[in-house]
Design a binder for this molecule. Structure first.
Ligand code: BES
Ligand code: ZN
Ligand code: ZN
Length: 485
């Protein structure tokens, strides 16, 4: 089941948003409005090929044992959504994997519908076939679902694109699922180089000495506590015209978060290997871009380090100076994500003229309390961009929910001894305080949105196409949709 070269360029066909009656607003650069191109009239409509079940969410199906034919239900045809196709595909693949079959031929059930449904169904097939088995040395490592074949009425280009995007998501899940002694900053830097090679991207890595000398005192401050070499990773993809402003993607690449001197409690601390999942979103998007080669400019920036408590580690009360010259009072060394992102955002603001900046971070436990594992929290300085993100969220089934970022919240990160402090007001609006802090490092004229993915990056429940114990790879598809890839 191989990824193949996808259709390039952009011819305007009916978008899913348009079909749904909610379209993205123009946002200066092309691309943002072009997501989900699909043909409203499929080439060979053939009705009645699938059995429709009664439910939308629990895809009922039955297995004819003799012929090993599986019938799966999609619910009411008029209620069919792309997410429903994705979840249906997931149910089928999970069933097949449970039975330990080695191959699956599945009739694309989207006949008569939009191409994006075809893409969604294919995404579901690939995403749900993912299991993280690398460290088993017994028979669990031996079984694999070797191939999935799609037959029947199907938009080939859309399904190829679905394969490429889902494979990119799975690569990112791998980065997240490997533990902190494997997914190190060096591993992330090497991953960036591999993707860069595939996608004709320029990849630049600054090591500790270099970024410290350059004045990234905030990132360098967090990295003081670890001997594992930290990396500042930049990937530049210029597939568009020179005059197109690049979109900047910034990701938290915290490869293990102990909390530092403000040490975390021991219970489930192992899960802090997922603290680099913001960077996995950025790498996932770049990975898909490397394969699909859209005509646009995209730059990825990832500051990456462990947050440890070595003898030189940053301490509560220490004051750091960030790349944009602002001083930061570190009141809690566990609020380190915002410290490493501060320099990345300041670097992006200084060296590029971005159309917009998106940052992705497992930033706060507070967002898990607020939205659970169901939705990603978003906050930013530009309502048009936020609206477009909400449309892409609907297109991809990856929920986002906006929290406010009023000036009063920004006042809460002002310090008595420095420009800002890395905490908000005690016991209040913790996720917003994180965003308010980040805002101080984004040039004011640049549209910017922060994604707090602490709840959605791992342990996602009730999605047939994501394993609940592990990295989800969520919002990569949303970003690609937003970019119009
Ligand atoms: N990586 C954590 C946030 C996190 C918590 C991610 C739970 C996933 C699950 C982040 O670095 C952190 O420790 N944040 C602190 C901030 C606080 C000290 C202001 C938190 O949320 O407790
Ligand atoms: Zn932390
Ligand atoms: Zn963290």
């Amino acid at each position: 089941y191989q990824a193949a070269k996808s259709r390039q360029g952009s011819h305007k066909v009916k978008t899913r948003s348009e079909v749904n009656g909610r379209a993205k607003k123009p946002f200066s650069q092309k691309g943002t409005g072009n997501a989900r191109q699909g043909s409203s009239k499929p080439p060979n409509f053939r009705g009645g090929a699938i059995s429709m079940g009664p439910q939308n969410r629990d895809h009922s199906f039955s297995l004819n044992k003799k012929e090993k034919t599986l019938f799966f239900g999609l619910g009411k045809k008029k209620e069919a959504t792309a997410e429903n196709f994705r979840r249906a595909a997931g149910s089928v693949v999970n069933f097949v994997i449970d039975k330990k079959y080695s191959s699956l031929a599945v009739e694309c059930p989207t006949g008569g519908m939009e191409a994006y449904n075809c893409q969604a169904f294919t995404e579901g097939l690939v995403l749900s076939s993912y299991r993280f088995l690398d460290y088993f040395s017994d028979e669990r490592a031996n079984y694999h679902l070797k191939n999935i074949t799609m037959v029947g009425t199907c938009n080939k280009d859309a399904s190829k694109k679905g394969v490429i995007i889902a494979n990119a998501v799975c690569d990112s899940r791998d980065l997240g699922n490997h533990p902190g002694n494997v997914t190190t900053p060096t591993r992330l830097a090497n991953f960036a180089k591999e993707v860069g090679k595939k996608g004709n991207m320029k990849v630049t890595i600054f090591d500790r000495e270099k970024f410290t000398k350059m004045g990234m005192g905030s990132f360098a401050g967090v990295a003081l506590g670890t001997n594992e070499p930290p990396k500042f990773i930049i990937m530049e993809y210029f597939g568009g015209s020179k005059k197109d402003k690049p979109v900047l993607l910034v990701g938290k690449g915290l490869t293990f978060d102990t909390g530092g001197i403000s040490l975390k409690p021991g219970l489930r601390m192992d899960e802090m290997k997922f603290d680099m999942c913001g960077s996995a979103v950025v790498f996932g998007a770049m990975n898909a871009i490397a394969a699909l080669k859209p005509k646009m400019n995209v730059v990825a920036i990832v500051p990456s380090t462990h947050n440890m408590l070595g003898g030189s580690a940053v301490k509560p009360g220490d004051i750091l100076t960030a790349y944009n010259g602002k001083t930061i009072e570190v009141l809690n060394t566990d609020a380190e994500g915002r410290l490493i992102l501060a320099d990345a955002l300041a670097y992006a603001s200084k060296h590029y003229d971005p159309e917009y900046i998106l940052d992705f971070a497992t930033l706060t436990g507070a967002i898990v309390i607020t939205l659970g594992g169901i939705a990603t929290g978003i906050m930013g300085n530009n309502e048009v961009l936020i609206e477009n993100i909400k449309v892409s969220s609907e297109n991809t089934g990856e929920h986002v929910w906006q929290l406010p970022l009023w000036d009063e919240y920004c006042d809460q990160v002002k310090s008595k001894v420095a420009d800002v402090k890395n905490l908000g007001s005690p016991g209040q609006a913790g996720s917003i305080a994180g965003a308010a802090f980040l805002k101080a490092f984004v040039r004011e004229d640049i549209p910017w949105v922060h994604f707090d993915i602490a709840g959605t990056a791992s342990h996602v429940e009730n999605r047939s196409y994501a394993q609940k114990d592990g990295a989800s790879g969520q919002v990569i598809r949303l970003v690609l949709d937003l970019l119009g890839v």
